[in-house]
Design a protein around this ligand. Structure first.
Ligand SMILES: *[C@@H]1O[C@H](CO)[C@@H](O)[C@H](O)[C@H]1NC(C)=O
Ligand SMILES: *[C@@H]1O[C@H](CO)[C@@H](O)[C@H](O)[C@H]1NC(C)=O
Length: 443
């Protein structure tokens, strides 16, 4: 009787709250925030010009940020930005759709990439190369208190981003991705090395002083060179987008051929349900993926895009060994694009991925945001529309004009992506020589 009354009251409350708030956590005023075509005092740099796909528009809404990486919205509608080398900042969207005020939430130069929020918005997670911390977060005052170490003893060097993610349906799981030490990190053949892996930690049982990364938690795949983008689909299952290798060659019968311009593919990998251990090997540091445009350079074998190859086949390990032992990516992305973040749209019909841009390819590539169409399978799993061997399984929606001549920080350098809570626009950070924030919207 008692719980029945309580349940009825809870349903009634949820019903009226839903009526008052068209989107969870967003007041009607925020939901109606206009999309600015430009913002006062924010001018585009002249070094590069952007283009957007038909049906899309963009606007620059902030400039002068310090290496913005992770971005997300808090429950009060502020945009949180992890500024590498500076800390965590909160930005209020004004009535004109531009940023009306900014505040430093956590000031420390140690933070360099990772940013996640608990589903209730009351705990924020941030990372440095060696450590991940939690703070109690108050969205009303934009303050962070009660700092705790959640994960410690991570390898502090090599690829240094430590992407953090909490599944929207499970506040007790923290996913932490840790890339390789350099291009080919041979010891990571063993997952216990603690690199080129994704791990998951149970936040309801965090030991005092934090988890030790290498020896605690469970795996969400290994042999993952540098899975910077960790993305949840509509079933709260995890997709990783991987930064693959540089300067690869194929050696057959003692003859070495440079294959690096369009190989290996950057990878879209299905990592699965984060509440369960996934000890599958995804190929690194031995099996690499044929990239779009990358087949013809292999004179010794007719590969398809998406298949995996070894640099130097021998009698004990060759391409067939990869096919037997390694999980290939679900989709191959242009080599050297450098994916940083990914987010699905509201309907889970497309995944948007930021491609930071290349150093190991001439002409240069990346410096753009792409859209990967997804579909739902008859077992209700989400899956890319394109088949595994597709050359063009995605399309560009925002890109730097003349991307082939980009070098380093002269072009758009897209990093973190966050949808506005009402899904009217996507915020895309760029950490080039000037830290910027764009909005990207359908129009
Ligand atoms: C054969 O190739 C594998 C994978 O690249 C390597 O680990 C192994 O050392 C190689 N064996 C010989 C005899 O070269
Ligand atoms: C689901 O799709 C697969 C592949 O198209 C098909 O073989 C299978 O019969 C389908 N299952 C159901 C329950 O419709």
């Amino acid at each position: 009787m008692h719980w029945f009354t309580t349940l009825t009251a809870a349903v009634a409350f949820a019903g009226s709250a839903a009526f008052a708030h068209p989107e969870p956590g967003v007041s009607p005023r925020q939901a109606a925030t206009p999309i600015p075509s430009s913002c006062p005092g924010v001018t585009a740099r002249t070094q590069y010009r952007l283009s957007a796909a038909t049906g899309w528009k963009y606007a620059l809404v902030a400039s002068g940020l310090t290496k913005p990486r992770g971005v997300l919205f808090d429950t009060a509608g502020h945009l949180l930005v992890l500024e590498a080398g500076k800390g965590l900042t909160a930005h209020t969207i004004g009535s004109d759709g531009c940023i009306s005020s900014s505040k430093t939430v956590i000031a420390t130069s140690q933070l360099n990439h990772g940013l996640a929020l608990s589903p209730d918005g009351k705990t924020v997670y941030v990372s440095a190369p060696g450590t991940a911390w939690s703070f109690d977060y108050d969205a009303t005052t934009q303050t962070a208190t009660n700092q705790k170490v959640i994960v410690k003893d991570m390898y502090p060097g090599g690829h240094s981003t430590r992407t953090l993610a909490v599944p929207p349906n499970n506040p007790n799981l923290l996913i932490v991705s840790l890339g390789s030490n350099g291009n080919i990190d041979s010891p990571t053949e063993k997952k216990e090395t603690g690199r080129a892996i994704v791990k998951v930690f149970d936040l309801s049982k965090t030991p005092s002083g934090g988890y030790s990364y290498n020896t605690q938690g469970w795996y969400l795949g290994y042999g993952l060179r540098n899975e910077i983008a960790i993305v949840f689909d509509g079933n709260n299952e995890v997709w990783g987008v991987e930064n693959s290798g540089d300067q690869l060659a194929r050696t057959v019968n003692g003859r070495s051929v440079d294959v690096h311009i369009d190989n290996p593919a950057e990878e879209l990998n299905y990592l699965g349900d984060p509440s369960k251990s996934n000890e599958n090997w995804y190929g690194y540091p031995t099996c690499w993926t044929i990239g779009p445009g990358g087949t013809s350079v292999f004179a010794d074998k007719a590969f398809k895009v998406g298949q995996q190859f070894v640099q130097a086949p021998n009698t004990t390990f060759n391409d067939d060994s990869c096919a037997q032992k390694s999980v290939p990516p679900r989709l191959a992305i242009q080599a050297h694009s450098a994916p940083i973040d990914g987010k699905f749209d509201k309907e889970f019909a497309n995944m948007y991925v930021s491609l930071h841009g290349s150093w190991n390819r001439q002409p240069a590539t990346g410096y753009k945001v792409i859209q990967i169409p997804f579909t739902t399978l008859n077992d209700s799993r989400y899956d890319p529309v394109a088949s595994q061997d597709t050359v063009n399984g995605y399309s560009d929606i925002l890109w730097t004009q003349n991307e082939g001549s980009c070098s380093g920080n002269t072009c758009l350098r897209p990093t973190g992506i966050a949808w506005h809570p009402d899904f009217s626009r996507m915020y895309v950070a760029s950490d080039g020589s000037v830290g910027e924030l764009y909005i990207l919207y359908k129009a």
